[in-house]
Design a protein around this ligand. Structure first.
Ligand code: 2PG
Ligand code: MG
Length: 426
């Protein structure tokens, strides 16, 4: 089967910025994908391109980009076999020709790559997660289907909110449950109780970019205490059923060679000490981007010091890039990787990175971006490759709940396992 027609649209993401949607037609099938966009981006990410015409959408428009590249992209893939994801992705990479997809744009390329897999799954009469499961095998990923442990970002700070909290994401991992539905339900109840707790203490309950609350709190421990009391109010056991994960997005607080944290300018060891104290006082099981993306020695130190107790997750550090992950594996820089399809730009390259992670016991967390759409691709992806964990925000804002709703439906239609506590122990 071939791609008969391809159409791009300029649509809007959850932050009100334009983004790319791509519709692909093949025979009697068609499918749409939409690409997300980050706020705290790693410097080595594949590049999205925009019109830069200040008269439209403050320069973020995509009309000209579409006009310029639509025919080129169609020309590069129209003769290819729809079912050969690798070949189509390679043609897109070749067409772009740059190291970081800055010619054609990672946003354009990813939209096509995702839409191709969606139409292909239809033509094969498969659910998307089944099709992705099959494709993953070509990359030596042979994990069973599973429902991922949700990492729910219920309190937002950093670049995702305009409060003074330095760390970007305070998440809960409802791991101590037999089933995905129960895990998610507990997280949602905690989210509601957190709202009540904040309200009772006269804090705002407006939400940040990822749907978590964004109260005027500057103290990390205070934020964690609020979460602990919401867990207690909900009747769940902290450190048994519910665990904490943080995304510190530390590149954002790394200024002039020091980490700016709660009024202090800390060196790497100083910040690692803060993490050591925090994990003694709270059941924190995962810390993402604890240090700056270029602080390679620091990453090695922190993994050595606390990597046996918590997941040290590389996001801005690895940018879903196989080559950077290879460096990380040699350096023993982390024991977990955040996977964002738009950081690298194609499904095939994402699968290559995951395959490398699997072979080296690096756990994987499939992740949304802070700027999202109603596309639920990552839910199918997480289930299809048995990723183990998914990070897709709070249970609020349709851009986030769309992903949870898709997972609820997949769970209801199947008898897939949910690893919960086993994921935490990895
Ligand atoms: C992150 C992400 C998603 P952004 O840092 O992990 O939560 O944020 O999309 O802004 O990079
Ligand atoms: Mg991150």
């Amino acid at each position: 089967m071939k791609i008969d027609e391809l159409k791009f649209y300029e649509v809007i993401d959850s932050r009100g910025n334009p983004t790319i949607a791509c519709k692909i037609f093949s025979g009697k099938f068609s499918s749409i994908s939409m690409v997300p966009s980050g706020a705290s981006t790693g410097s080595k990410e594949a590049q999205e391109i925009r019109d830069n015409d200040k008269k439209r959408f403050l320069g973020k428009g995509l009309k000209e980009v579409i006009k310029k590249t639509e025919h080129q992209i169609f020309g590069a893939i129209c003769q290819k076999n729809l079912l050969d994801q690798k070949e189509i992705d390679n043609s897109l990479i070749e067409l772009d020709g740059s190291k970081n997809k800055s010619n054609i744009g990672a946003n354009m390329i990813l939209a096509v790559s995702m839409a191709v897999s969606k139409v292909a799954s239809q033509s094969e009469n498969m659910e998307l997660y089944q099709y992705l499961h099959q494709i993953a095998k070509q990359f030596e990923i042979d994990s069973d289907y599973s429902l991922p442990l949700p990492m729910m970002n219920i309190l937002n700070g950093g670049a995702h909110a305009n409060n003074p909290l330095e760390f970007q994401e305070f998440m809960i991992q409802p791991a101590g449950f037999e089933d995905f539905d129960e895990s998610l339900r507990s997280g949602i109840e905690i989210f509601h109780n957190l709202k009540n707790e904040l309200q009772d203490n006269n804090f705002s309950t407006s939400v940040g970019d990822e749907g978590g609350f964004a109260p005027e709190i500057s103290d990390t421990k205070k934020a964690l205490d609020f979460i602990c009391s919401a867990v207690e109010k909900s009747g769940y056991k902290m450190g048994d059923e519910i665990f904490i994960a943080m995304d510190c997005a530390a590149s954002e607080i790394f200024i002039d060679g020091k980490y700016s944290f709660e009024g202090n300018n800390l060196d790497t060891l100083g910040l690692i000490q803060i993490y050591e104290e925090l994990i003694k006082s709270y059941p924190i099981k995962s810390i993402e981007d604890p240090l700056d993306e270029n602080d390679w020695d620091g990453w090695k130190d922190i993994t050595k010091q606390i990597g046996d107790k918590v997941s040290i997750v590389g996001d801005d550090l690895f940018v879903t890039n196989k080559k950077v992950l290879e460096k990380g594996i040699k350096n023993v820089s982390a024991n977990s990787i955040l996977i964002k399809v738009n950081q690298i730009g194609t499904i095939s390259e994402t699968l290559e990175t995951i395959s490398l992670a699997n072979k080296n016991n690096i756990s994987t967390v499939i992740s949304h971006r802070s700027g999202e759409t109603e596309d639920t691709f990552i839910s199918d992806f997480a289930v299809g490759i048995g990723a183990g964990q998914i990070k897709t925000g709070a249970p609020s804002r349709s851009d986030r709940t769309a992903k949870y709703n898709r997972l609820l439906m997949i769970n209801s239609d199947n008898n897939f396992s949910f690893e919960g506590t086993n994921e935490i122990k990895k």
